[in-house]
Design a binder for this molecule. Sequence first.
Ligand code: NDP
Length: 400
Amino acid sequence: MGKALIIGCGGVASVAIHKCCQNSDEFQEIMIASRTKSKCDALKEKLENTTKTKISTAQVDANNVDELIELINGFKPDVVLNLALPYQDLTIMDACLATKTSYVDTANYEPEDTAKFEYKWQWAYREKFKEAGITALLGSGFDPGVTGVFSAYALKHEFDEINYIDILDCNGGDHGYPFATNFNPEINIREVSANGSYWEDGHFIETKPMEIKREYNFDQVGMKDMYLLHHEELESLGINIPGIKRIRFFMTFGESYLTYLKCLEDVGMTSIEPIEFEGKQIVPLQFLKAVLPDPATLGPRTVGKTNIGCIFQGKKDGKDKTYYLYNVCDHQECYKEVGSQAVSYTTGVPAMIGAMLIMNGTWKGPGVFNIEEFDPDPFMDALNKWGLPWIESFNPEMVP
Ligand code: NDP
């Protein structure tokens, strides 16, 4: 039993908070703190009569370390779960260090003015966290997150050596809008409009955006086009999975999404360079975010399923082996349960599980860790228990 401070109150946080409240045996008390306090209060009001978890709320600017320290010192949580944006990772880690509080997030740090995400900034905190006797768990969403847990599980139980991993992220959902993003539009568009890359023989090989396209027949979704993207777990899995030769990440996109994205890019709307507009500096991508549908509102209108998982290829007892671990999640089922679509759900559930395992000491540091560095078994059990059951295939279709 413990206390968690949850920072952010958007799409992913809302699911994680619902799940903490379902899991009140572990989450005795939570505080929801975000930039817009009214969102925290509305969620508290919705949930407080449905749970034994005691909920409080606060306003915080997570870019401000002193404000965060004051908040943490006042509430004294066992863990801080960062579900704000990647820009806030380092300020929140600084506040955790100052207050000796453990830290969990779902996305690695990205400076606001350069669309480049890497672990180097957060890995630089390893010694400091170790000395302070606290743990940071990085990337406890689905991808990164469950994909790393799946990799650790495959290595522990199914392989002597894993040589190839293909991570496949399929969203077969339809929200009925010509163009909308399933999570924060700014973060999402920065990710998909960047160059792609994959990890091979110890280094990254860069590709043009959307240069590599494959088709795959996904269980319970069907045939989809998918494109190779750079993704943050490639960096940590490339180091943490011994014997690995290649890791690729593919995400499905529909024709319509890509056509709109190309058009928005061509006219400059996805740029993060500030421009002058009517005497004011604005960032085109931030303006675009303001006119696009809020991902939190997609829940009621999204139908279909997601299918996300990893295909492994390697050796067991001297023989070649392939193995596929994945989860299928239904948008409408998620909406009925927690009022959100499956993209927020598949991220919010693992965020709750990661925070729980750090809070109750099942996973212990001290130091800064990527999720695949811990024993995957308790996390795999919790996925089945908390709404993201996994499916195994011992004879999967491979990606060419
Ligand atoms: P949202 O934009 O819906 O929510 C972000 C929340 O953070 C909002 O409540 C926002 O406040 C709050 N926030 C932003 N800046 C600050 C600040 N300076 N101080 C305090 N609060 C702040 O994003 P999502 O819920 O879609 O995504 C949350 C995180 O999850 C992101 O880091 C994203 O990259 C990650 N993610 C990870 C995935 C994975 O599988 N690993 C998949 C999907 C997302 P306000 O309400 O005022 O805007």
